[in-house]
Design a binder for this molecule. Structure first.
Ligand code: ADP
Length: 215
């Protein structure tokens, strides 16, 4: 299944977990803009320096910077092998250039899945979220625990919690996402590509609904 997919949904809606399974079961490349941005911040690159404060505050990194980063990725991306975009695009002004880039490579997006959920669910979930500082894989103490507590299954190094996963910052990220979600969902709905999945479902059900939408 070599599909090109976008996952939409607020922080904590389970996009990362679904993306990890799509990678494991179908070999689809997982591209998380948040993970790529955090790597740039760690490297101290020009993009990282421009993005750092926005990440810390839980605000959107300006489109220009995100588009520069994602444009770099896309230039060498093996688009015919399929991929899952997680966290990008976040705004209509990111979605349109993405469509243009992909049109030039004759590799349009085929499906967009929106994980719909309320703030309370997100706050409950995010406090239990841990991730691998090396590969970016996301775990949850209840719903997706690692095999050995506190360690990444793949890299065998200690998991960490993100600095922007505090309650205040999560509330803000949720509000920002809500502002942009509707125009973005409408844009893909008009293209006939959108499927909405209830993020409150169990990880297995969410994954099954996602795969059903892709087939
Ligand atoms: P989440 O979905 O849990 O918010 P991400 O890892 O996708 O987490 O994003 C973390 C942060 O990275 C966001 O709060 C934002 O500052 C920045 N970011 C990620 N993707 C984008 C994007 N497409 N546009 C703008 N900012 C982004």
């Amino acid at each position: 299944m070599k599909r090109r997919i976008i996952l939409l949904g607020p922080p904590g809606s389970g996009k990362g977990t679904v993306a990890t399974r799509l990678l494991q079961e179908f070999g689809l490349n997982h591209i998380s803009s948040g993970h790529l941005l955090r790597l740039e911040v760690e490297k101290g690159s020009a993009i990282g320096q421009r993005a750092r404060l926005f990440l810390e505050k839980g605000e959107l990194v300006p489109d220009r910077t995100v588009l520069q980063l994602m444009g770099q990725w896309l230039k060498s991306a093996p688009v015919n092998d399929g991929f899952v975009l997680d966290g990008f695009p976040r705004t209509l002004s990111q979605a349109k250039p993405l469509d243009q880039w992909l049109a030039m490579r004759n590799a349009p997006i085929q499906a967009v899945i929106l994980y719909d959920c309320v703030l309370k669910l997100i706050l409950d979930r995010i406090t239990g979220r841990w991730s691998c500082p090396k590969c970016g894989r996301v775990y949850h103490i209840y719903s997706a625990p690692p095999k050995v507590a506190g360690m990444c299954d793949d890299c065998s190094i200690a998991l960490t919690q993100r600095a922007d996963d505090s309650e205040a910052v999560v509330r803000k990220r949720f509000e920002i996402d809500r502002r942009h979600a509707k125009p973005l969902a409408d844009y893909y709905e008009q293209q006939g590509k959108l499927t909405v999945v209830d993020a409150a479902l169990s990880p297995d059900e969410r994954f099954a609904k996602t795969v059903a939408a892709l087939n």
